[in-house]
Design a protein around this ligand. Structure first.
Ligand SMILES: *Cc1c(COP(=O)(O)O)cnc(C)c1O
Length: 230
């Protein structure tokens, strides 16, 4: 089955407009919010359409898929910024450090240590976000909210990672606002500038709640052939 090809120039502009409207409504400067266009499962041609339209910030949830797609695109668009938004195995830390500019899913000491070691070895320091499991779902990645401050301090001070923010994926069935508010508060009290929250279904709410980065896939690139894995 093939999915319909969306007009990516049009969908990108529509999402950017909704972000700007939500920001203004909340009394925020739209320039404070960065759209991370999530290209997972879609071919390089769709990512390229977004690049040609002037977009530069993208998200992928699998290291291997990203490795097959982005090095060639980066040759043509050296100023693009790539975010890892999916779970990362410690044994893929080297690949992740080499490829990504922002790693949004740091959530355990073993991974933090592996990333720090690779950053030293490669002399490359992608920004790290701490994933918080705001809904405390047993099957979901992320540190529990009650452990977030301690884990952030561990990564920053003991391990020496360049921690710049936090990220969450609220439970699918929940009203997202309280989760977004909780994540923003964790960022505020830890002095972290980046707050990554909000997807196609709820990014205007996330912008209202203080997101600095929203991760939007299907609203830009169309439905994915398989359900999202996160
Ligand atoms: C897939 C994914 C997104 C984007 O989801 P859409 O609903 O398609 O916008 C955002 N964040 C994470 C972590 C994802 O895995």
């Amino acid at each position: 089955m093939t999915t319909a090809r969306p007009d990516i120039v049009g969908t990108l502009a529509a999402v950017q407009n909704s972000i700007a409207a939500a920001a203004r409504e909340a009394g925020r400067d739209p320039a404070e919010v960065t759209l991370v266009a999530v290209a997972k499962t879609h071919g390089a041609d769709r990512a390229e359409a977004a690049l040609a339209a002037g977009h530069r910030v993208f998200g992928e949830n699998r290291v291997q898929e990203a490795q097959g797609k982005w090095p060639a695109l980066r040759e043509r668009y050296p100023d693009l910024e790539l975010h890892l938004i999916g779970p990362l195995q410690s044994n893929k830390a080297a690949d992740a450090v080499a490829l990504f500019d922002v790693i949004e899913t740091v959530d355990r000491p073993k991974l933090a240590a592996a990333l720090a070691k690779e950053m030293d070895r490669q002399n490359r320091r992608p920004s790290c976000l701490i994933q918080v499991n705001t809904g405390e779902e047993p099957q979901k990645a992320g540190v529990p909210p009650a452990e977030a401050d301690a884990f952030i301090a561990h990564c920053r001070d003991a391990v020496g990672l360049p921690v710049t923010g936090v990220m969450c994926i609220p439970p699918f069935e929940d009203e997202p606002s309280p989760h977004f508010a909780l994540l923003r508060e964790i960022a505020r009290r830890n002095d972290l500038p980046m707050v990554s929250m909000g997807m196609s279904g709820d990014y205007p709410i996330a912008v209202q709640q203080g997101a600095t980065h929203v991760r939007v896939g299907s609203a830009i690139f169309g439905e994915r052939p398989t359900p999202p894995k996160s």
